[in-house]
Design a protein around this ligand. Structure first.
Ligand code: C2E
Length: 356
């Protein structure tokens, strides 16, 4: 196992290095995926590192930089825990770089249009003002030169136009990659990382405004039994079913995520405790209101239920502490027989609500 490397590139040279990395990728016919960009940033900025030496060896052997090759380099050399952060950083640098290139392209096009107009005007003026005789030939030559430059300008414009399109495509692609990195692929809800970041930011902002946040943890009851009885594919459908009900109650001020396994989280920023409890109970009843069927065999899967626990944030409480209290309330719901909602306030004596 080779020694791990630091791939962060910051400081005054960062943009120049980013440009060189893109050029190097293009000349080596390597697609500018976020991971490749990260590898090549490192290759340009730290040419003597073990990772760069290995990349050079692969290039010398004319090895194609397929996704599998890049992934295996990343696995061997890049610190795993920081990988996605690094990719997002590199993506942001590339995005800024691309925006600057796009502006430069626009400016160049504008200048070229002005230049072509100036030449056309000069041609008209010369044709009008110069009397016949020795200057006629000169006018003809200038006109020809003008037309040639105009033709050239059109070619250059087309080339710039296509670069512009490529730049925009690349930027859209990077934005998609960044969105994917924050989304749980199975359920399309936000993933744990995205939620942690948002909750952290929310807590910091309500410390300033004095607003309230409540956090709910939602867990599918007997999910393991579903998986063991009906298989993982059906288990996945159950996750999607619950996620879809959670997505229906998600708004711009009520954020949700699949937190891991069969556990989901919802952060409420505008509701008081009674409203939070109401919404969670409505969600719980909604989810339990349908009997699911196994798609492949039409077997009756029965009803899916959820248990929830929620806590309202106390002043200065960290997201971790808030989550711990919501988790403790969830645990009380589970212990009390599942398919119920418990507030952290009631955690020692769980409040049992009507089950369906
Ligand atoms: P999906 O299969 O992609 O279905 C998405 C949405 O299409 C469903 O959202 C529902 O509104 C509609 N839909 C799909 N199939 C049917 C159908 O046969 N009848 C009706 N009336 N509507 C249908 P919904 O209900 O929120 O479900 C979200 C996801 O949960 C589904 O995604 C699927 O993955 C899972 N799911 C829901 N019900 C069942 C079920 O009975 N059996 C299984 N295996 N999975 C289910």
């Amino acid at each position: 196992m080779s020694e791990h490397v630091d791939t962060a590139v910051r400081g005054p040279q960062a943009y120049a290095i980013a440009r060189q990395a893109i050029e190097a990728m293009e000349s080596a016919k390597v697609w500018p995926t976020p991971l490749n960009f990260e590898l090549w940033l490192h290759y340009i900025s730290t040419p003597d590192s073990p990772l760069s030496q290995e990349m050079r060896r692969l290039l010398d052997m004319h090895t194609a930089f397929t996704d599998a090759v890049s992934e295996s380099l990343a696995t061997e050399f890049l610190p795993r825990s920081r990988l996605s952060e690094e990719i997002r950083d590199a993506g942001a640098v590339l995005n800024r770089e691309l925006a600057a290139v796009a502006i430069a392209i626009d400016k160049a096009r504008e200048i070229q249009v002005q230049y072509a107009d100036t030449l056309s005007d000069a041609k008209v003026q010369l044709n009008q003002s110069v009397p016949p005789n020795p200057l006629v030939e000169l006018v003809g030559t200038l006109s020809k030169a003008t037309r040639r430059i105009q033709r050239h300008t059109v070619v250059l414009e087309k080339r710039l136009e296509s670069s512009h399109t490529e730049v925009n495509k690349l930027r859209t692609h990077l934005e998609q990659v960044r969105r994917d990195a924050m989304t749980d692929a199975l359920t399309n809800l936000a993933n744990r990382k995205a939620f942690d970041e948002k909750l952290e930011a929310l807590c910091a902002s309500v410390d300033l405004t004095g607003a309230t946040i409540s956090l709910a943890v939602v867990d599918i009851d007997h999910f393991k039994r579903f998986n063991d009885t009906w298989g993982h594919q059906t288990g996945d459908q159950v996750l999607r079913y619950v996620a879809s009900a959670i997505a229906r109650i998600t708004t711009s001020t009520r954020i949700s995520a699949r937190y891991g396994g069969e556990e989901f989280v919802i952060a409420f920023t505008e509701e008081n405790v009674a409203q939070v409890e109401d919404i969670l109970n409505t969600l719980r009843v909604d989810i339990a209101s349908r009997a699911l069927r196994r798609r492949s065999t039409n077997d009756d899967l029965g009803v899916v239920t959820i248990s929830t626990g929620y806590a309202t944030r106390q002043p200065k409480e960290t997201p971790f502490e808030l989550m711990e209290r919501a988790d403790a309330a969830l645990y009380v719901s589970k212990r009390a027989g599942r398919n119920r909602t418990t507030s952290a306030e009631d955690a020692p004596k769980p409040k049992i609500v009507t089950t369906v």
